[in-house]
Design a protein around this ligand. Structure first.
Ligand code: GLU
Length: 554
């Protein structure tokens, strides 16, 4: 009679390495006490999801703040669902947010680190070594069931109202005679490999999750598939082997994996591998009609990281926002550490939301606005230029043609205690400041300017002509405003809004109206940055030129 060892040899005749060899090849990492090894393990089945950016950023920070290692592992065993180019895009998008792995998969089949290969499709031998070991121990076996047989089993279980699945008495090949199994294999019958569970679903197991706390779970009793017919492992088995031999200390992943945790714990124990710590992240939710729901790639633009990149949300604003949903104490910390780098904040598992993190686009915008307002114009110019190079060619050309002009525009009311908070993203800038460029100004329909209809066009014209004739460039902001008040008075407008309110009949309007004439004439809009600076930046010639053009339409 053949034994398990022989069976293992029939299935894996070429595997000569042992689990002990792998232990030696991938030794425990020499890191300081408390250093975490975390990973991001995307499947190349689509583009980066905001939820994945959240988990990779948080995992990355946990590794970095503890002096540990963060790596990327490409989980590419589901060849049917793979989308060409998505692995490269994932890595590139993480890079845009400065999530730079210490080791792992770097895109384009490149990788770095001593614990690889980091692409699951290249680890077939390593999985085979471990599965061979389990077969030798009588803890894994080939299963020859066809899809029809499994469907039949399920139907029967449903009809009898018993727990569905392949386990215990329903596991046809679990205790099949080894000789018969070998004969089937030799005859070429197709099979997959299953794990032989020793669990019982009537038992409870107790487990501590770093985020969820103490959990009571149902023991696994399913003989799950560990090796598929294509020779690649299932997620469960790859997780066991990879996180063990890559020496992950903290398995950080989405809470959708919590229900399979009992399988994973049994696998770790059966292999005699030390269990890693687990931290199951909350799902990213959004409010809709007063109800929470998962953000979805199909329904929500903000579910794709590319949305934030295209719109030009600055990474420091977006990542800071992610910290606010990661840890409930982040905002309080920020209030007392106004000038600190957000990377100085120490993330903690026990401060993470338990029941879904709420995503709020308005808050992303307000944080970005706040942060962008305090960037120096020079730094902001660099960021916008990099972004515009990819997403807004027209602006990119303008910036590169005259960088100091663009910087002076960005500088308007910037370096002060309470700077202007105009932009929530790079994409907001050009529509707001395009008028500074003549070719954009030329596209404005001067016959449709938003003039105040209460004031006769002739009055507007007179004020504008007077301004062009009397303007002086070398005035301070106060002096300039004083001169504008003089101009207002000369034309029968009050130089004081309060005064005007008290006696409206005595005036044609007030100083605010006069500055609005100029603002509209120079920018085409009622809302534009500080008028004094618009004039300073445009310069005398352009101001006169634009007024002349506008006056001709009045
Ligand atoms: N490839 C798995 C996924 O994309 C990774 C889960 C994990 O982090 O272990 O969901």
């Amino acid at each position: 009679m053949a034994d398990y060892k022989e069976l293992a040899q029939v299935i894996f005749p070429d595997i000569t390495q042992t689990v002990a060899d792998l232990e030696k090849k991938y030794p425990k990492r020499a890191l300081k006490e408390g250093a975490m090894v975390t990973r991001f393990a995307p499947s190349p089945t689509g583009f980066l999801h905001t939820g994945s950016l959240f988990s990779s950023f948080v995992s990355y920070r946990f590794a970095k703040q503890s002096g540990g290692i963060f790596y990327i592992r490409l989980e590419d065993t589901d060849t049917k669902r793979e989308i060409e180019g998505s692995a490269e895009a994932l890595v590139a998008q993480l890079k845009e947010f400065d999530i730079l792995p210490d080791e792992g998969y770097f895109g384009d089949n490149k990788e770095k680190g001593a614990y690889g290969p980091y692409q699951q499709s290249k680890r077939a031998t390593i999985y085979a070594v471990c599965i061979k070991h389990l077969i030798e121990q009588g803890r894994a076996y080939p299963c020859f069931c066809t899809a029809d047989e499994l469907a039949e089993l399920r139907k029967m279980q449903e009809a009898r109202k018993i727990i569905p699945g392949y386990y215990g008495p329903y596991a046809k090949y679990r205790d099949f005679p080894i000789d018969a199994v070998i004969a089937k294999i030799k005859a070429g019958d197709p099979y997959i490999i299953r794990f032989k569970s020793m669990g019982n679903h009537e038992n409870k197991i107790f487990f501590h999750d770093e985020i969820k706390g103490d959990l009571e779970l149902t023991e696994n009793d399913q003989d799950i598939v560990i090796l598929k017919s294509d020779g690649l492992p299932t997620y469960h088995f790859a997780h066991l082997v990879d996180d063990h031999f890559m020496r992950t200390t903290h398995v950080t992943r989405g809470e959708e994996w919590l229900s399979s945790l009992p399988i994973h714990l049994e696998l770790f124990d059966t292999m005699g591998f030390e269990r890693p710590k687990y931290a199951h992240y909350p799902v990213i939710m959004k409010m809709e009609d007063n109800r929470r729901r998962k953000i979805s790639k199909r329904k929500d633009a903000e579910a794709s990281v590319s949305f934030f990149l295209e719109e030009g949300y600055p990474k420091y604003g977006f990542l800071e926002y992610l910290l606010t949903i990661a840890n409930s104490n982040y905002e309080a910390w920020r209030e007392t550490h106004l000038d600190a780098d957000y990377l100085d904040f120490e993330l903690r598992f026990d401060k993470m939301a338990l029941d879904g993190a709420l995503f709020d686009l308005a808050k992303v915008q307000s944080i970005s606005k706040e942060r962008m307002a305090y960037r120096s114009a020079v730094d902001l110019c660099e960021e916008v230029k990099e972004w515009a190079k990819v997403y807004q060619k027209e602006l990119y050309e303008k910036i590169t043609a005259d960088e100091s002009y663009f910087i002076s525009i960005l500088n308007i009311e910037r370096n002060k205690e309470k700077p202007r908070k105009d932009y929530a993203k790079y994409g907001d800038i050009y529509p707001m400041i395009g008028f500074f460029y003549d070719d954009v100004y030329e596209t404005i329909d001067l016959d449709a300017l938003p003039w105040n209809e209460q004031i006769e066009r002739g009055e507007i014209k007179a004020c504008l002509m007077d301004y062009a004739a009397s303007m002086q460039m070398d005035l301070s902001e106060e002096e300039w405003f004083a001169s504008l008040k003089q101009l207002a008075l000369r034309h029968g407008f009050s130089d004081n809004v309060k005064e005007w309110k008290k006696n409206k009949a005595a005036f044609k309007g007030h100083i605010g109206d006069v500055s609005e004439f100029l603002r509209i004439a120079l920018s085409g809009r009622k809302n534009a940055p500080n008028l004094y600076y618009i004039i300073q930046i445009l310069g005398e010639q352009k101001v006169k030129q634009r007024i002349k053009q506008v006056v001709s339409t009045l």
